[in-house]
Design a protein around this ligand. Structure first.
Ligand SMILES: [Zn+2]
Length: 547
């Protein structure tokens, strides 16, 4: 590839929409980073994109074909993943240096999802369609194959709420964007319903002695026939909104927003929850005959109520309606599936919480990388899980997404290796060690935050000095990338918080106002939950209070 102004690409399998999209992504990401034109050409091209029948569908191979570099996928989606690897291992230092990586790569975990918690007017709730489409492209390049969103019942009074139409539009938009990228699409369903649900149908609050399950949202008692009918009716309406686009997975979530502790429903996780989830599966398969179900066990037996064992007993009799068991917690992985086994002997998925630990508001001080934390948690489960759906509240933990998705792709790829690939691809060559040092300090800052201690002031200053020095060396395309900007702003805010006069200073205020812009937060909001995802600017107003 000697021509420095042009790179020629031969697409051997034209006509497939995802192959065309993959070519467009390749072109865009290269041309964004250097002044070179990517043009389509015939047999003499320098780069060949192809679909090869000898590979597993999601696998890719990058090899030499004469003078050309050939990227082959086992399917159009496999080709997309191969282009992701090619882009990340190419270099863009003024000129384009094509990847020298050669080999074949096959994902080890079949479910490589990402859960966008699309609520509270966070980035997922507010971003425009082109921004979301681009973001989904970016994470798909890392190996994601499924997207999950939530319909924000919590934020709405009912279907006649003026915001219900836009919320349906948002869910449909994610479904379409996922499908256009050849990805699977998933939503959640359960007994958490509208704000305006009739009071007499409400669930009995849960015992929550450890205060980890939550009693948020508006759960309805499905043990009450009228409550059951209300849930079924609303979920039916939601399914009906997706019949023309398709739905691949539905996920049932027991707690936080959900649950009921009445006599008929308790213990919720192995009783009312299972009955309702089974009924919703039957309903869902009326609309989507191949619908797969993911049953979450989040916070089971907190406190001990025999929920895990109850689930094992129930699925021992009838597991036909469940396809995956999902397990995780706020911190260490639950012991039951590791020590006793997965109920129904079903494939196990995890649900790493990549957004909320060690920061408040979520994303409020910028980028939130936690590579060591996720390496430690992954090491507890990497021998058993078949993938998962990391929980995401926004784009500020983009680094964590890459780390976790690459664990799913290759169980033994270290978080550090992924970070090195991420940094070189997103920020350019020659800054990897300095950015890694910054990330280490930021992770320490999150650990300090979790323990309610300040970060060492000298460390905070050092992170900012390093970031400033890197900033001066970055090529324009990298400096203008929001991924760098939120990392840089985080070092400003850590410096002000730990080594300066706190988050009230003009420098801190300016950084937070910029984050508010990047996240599309509302400076004045009527959403009582929005403060959870909005940096603490002095100008920020919550007109209807905060929940
Ligand atoms: Zn109940």
């Amino acid at each position: 590839m000697n021509n420095t102004h042009e790179i020629t690409v031969n697409v051997e399998t034209p006509g497939d929409p995802l192959v065309s999209r993959t070519l467009a992504i390749l072109k865009d990401r290269i041309q964004q980073r250097c002044s070179i034109k990517v043009v389509q050409a015939g047999a003499e091209a320098q780069l060949v994109l192809t679909v090869a029948g000898d590979l597993p569908p999601e696998a890719f191979r990058i090899d030499q074909a004469g003078a050309a570099v050939r990227i082959a996928g086992g399917s159009p989606r496999g080709l997309l993943y191969g282009v992701g690897k090619f882009l990340r291992t190419s270099r863009y230092d003024g000129t384009f240096l094509p990847s020298t990586w050669r080999g074949t790569s096959t994902p080890q975990c079949p479910v490589r999802g990402m859960y966008f918690a699309s609520h509270f007017h966070n980035w997922y709730h507010e971003a425009s369609e082109p921004e979301i489409a681009r973001y989904v492209e970016d994470i798909a390049l890392w190996g994601v194959n499924a997207i999950q969103v939530s319909f924000p019942f919590l934020n709405l009074q009912g279907w006649d709420d003026p915001q219900a139409g836009p919320a349906v539009t948002m869910v449909r938009r994610y479904a379409r964007i996922a499908k256009d990228m050849g990805l699977l699409f998933s939503i959640g369903a359960g007994n958490a319903q509208f704000n305006g649900a009739p009071k007499h149908l409400r669930a009995t609050p849960l015992p929550d002695p450890t205060r980890r399950r939550g009693n948020s949202g508006n759960p309805i008692c499905p043990g009450n026939p009228e409550g059951h009918a209300y849930i079924i009716e609303n979920v039916r309406h939601l399914f009906e909104q997706l019949t023309d686009i398709g739905l691949d997975f539905v996920r049932y979530w027991p707690y936080d927003e959900g649950g009921c502790a009445c006599e008929k429903c308790r213990p919720w996780g192995s009783n009312g929850f299972l009955k309702l989830s089974r009924d919703l599966t039957q309903l869902g398969r009326e609309y989507f005959p191949n619908l797969k179900t993911i049953l979450s066990t989040w916070m089971f037996d907190t406190p001990p109520e025999g929920e895990w064992q109850g689930l094992t007993d129930a699925l021992g009799k009838d597991a036909g309606w469940v396809d995956y068991i999902l397990a995780d917690s706020h911190n260490d992985f639950p012991r039951y599936p590791l020590d006793v086994g997965v109920p129904g002997e079903l494939p196990l998925l995890n649900f790493p919480e990549i957004s909320m630990w060690g920061n408040w508001p979520w994303g409020g001080v910028g980028a939130h990388p936690l590579p060591s934390r996720f390496q430690r948690l992954w090491d507890q489960v990497k021998h058993v899980v078949k993938g998962g759906f990391p929980y995401s509240e926004g784009i500020y933990e983009d680094l964590n997404k890459a780390v976790v998705v690459q664990f799913y792709w290759d169980r033994d790829q270290s978080a550090r290796t992924t970070l090195e690939e991420y940094i070189a691809y997103e920020f350019g060559s020659g800054v990897t060690q300095d950015v890694l040092a910054v990330i280490d300090i930021l992770e320490t800052a999150a650990e300090c935050f979790d323990r309610n201690q300040p970060l060492n002031a000298e460390e905070a200053r050092r992170a900012h000095r390093l970031a400033d020095a890197v900033n001066g060396r970055l090529p324009t395309w990298a400096r203008q990338n929001w991924r760098w900007e939120i990392l840089y702003l985080r070092t400003v805010l850590e410096r002000e918080r730990s080594a300066g006069d706190g988050l009230e200073t003009p420098a801190a205020e300016a950084a937070m106002v910029r984050l508010i812009e990047i996240y599309h937060c509302q400076m004045e909001t009527d959403d009582p939950y929005h403060h959870r995802v909005r940096p603490l600017s002095r100008q920020a107003v919550s007109r209807r209070g905060e929940c």
